[in-house]
Design a protein around this ligand. Structure first.
Ligand code: PLP
Length: 287
């Protein structure tokens, strides 16, 4: 089926949607993005994504091309036009097309930002088979830049990390820096010890996951303890459970790290419970 996508204010068939070769998103990875999930045809955790997009843009001195309300309206329209029940919306904003290549930022008065968005139809997003078996991960050095809190489109190294995992017959890589786990290639990383959930504290070292914020809130409400601090791969391998979170995977159990089973080697009860709570609560607040 041909998707209808959004480019700079227009809804177009995907094969008619184009962006200039001079766009700074293309030439410089000078852009930010958001991935928002759709369940029952509604947007999940939308407020968090809107707030983080504004923050990413502000951190890079990039003008926002759309108001918060219009963004939500545009997402809803894409869901409607593409008849999405479960899936995702990818949104990207770049510093636009100055008409040539230069390291200097163009004047936003004369070079408006480029904004594109498209849907991804994933009928079994909530019921993903991987959530039943869990992810097997490897650890690799974190070679990304030092502002991972900004959700930029510079995803070459995370993409390489995914490929390293795939080559090793695994599902994902967890990045390690100065002996401690930062996060996964496209998700936040957690371990569980007894009733306590341990995940790295927010800083420039990791993306401030929207799913992370919701999951930690639900964990506290469910009387689980939350400890925000770095942990090592050895500690993770020795934990009762491990899991990752992201808008695209919700709560994903991690059952093996660098070839060693975590806990029983099966998805753990806390990760399973948090996934259930997250999906239940998100369905209630979806817009
Ligand atoms: N960390 C990284 C590096 C990511 O790329 C992502 C999502 O793409 C996340 C964490 C999870 O963020 P969110 O829960 O907002 O999807």
């Amino acid at each position: 089926m041909t998707r209808t996508v959004y480019v700079n204010g227009n809804y177009l068939p995907e094969h008619e949607a184009t962006v200039s070769i001079f766009d700074r998103g293309f030439l410089m990875a000078d852009g930010v993005y958001e991935v928002t999930s759709v369940l029952d045809g509604k947007l999940i955790d939308m407020e968090g994504h809107v707030i983080r997009l504004a923050r990413s843009l502000a951190e890079l001195d990039m003008a926002s091309p759309i108001s918060d309300d219009d963004l939500t309206g545009m997402f809803r329209e894409l869901v409607r036009l593409n008849d999405i029940d479960q899936g995702m919306i990818y949104l990207q904003v770049t510093r636009g097309n100055p008409g040539d290549r230069s390291f200097v930022f163009p004047d936003p008065e004369t070079t408006p930002s480029t904004i594109v968005a498209f849907t991804q139809n994933i009928p079994n997003l909530a019921d993903a088979p991987a959530a039943k078996t869990g992810f097997r991960v490897i650890s690799i050095p974190d070679l990304r830049w030092d502002r991972r809190d900004i959700k930029t489109t510079q995803l070459l190294y995370p993409s390489m990390g995914k490929m390293m995992a795939k080559k090793a017959g695994c599902d994902d890589s967890w990045f390690v820096e100065d002996g401690a786990v930062t996060e996964g290639t496209s998700n936040n990383a957690y371990i569980v010890k007894g009733n306590r959930i341990i995940t790295r504290q927010l800083s420039h070292d990791i993306l401030h996951g929207i799913t992370r914020a919701s999951v930690l809130r639900f964990a506290s409400e469910a009387q689980m303890e939350v400890e925000e601090r770095p942990f090592t791969i050895a500690e993770a391998q020795d934990a009762d459970e491990a899991f990752s979170t992201a808008a695209s995977i919700f709560v994903m159990p991690v059952v093996e790290i660098d070839g060693k089973p975590v806990g029983t080697g099966k998805p753990g009860p806390i990760a399973i419970r948090l996934r259930e709570i997250y999906l239940d609560e998100m369905r209630k607040t979806a817009v």
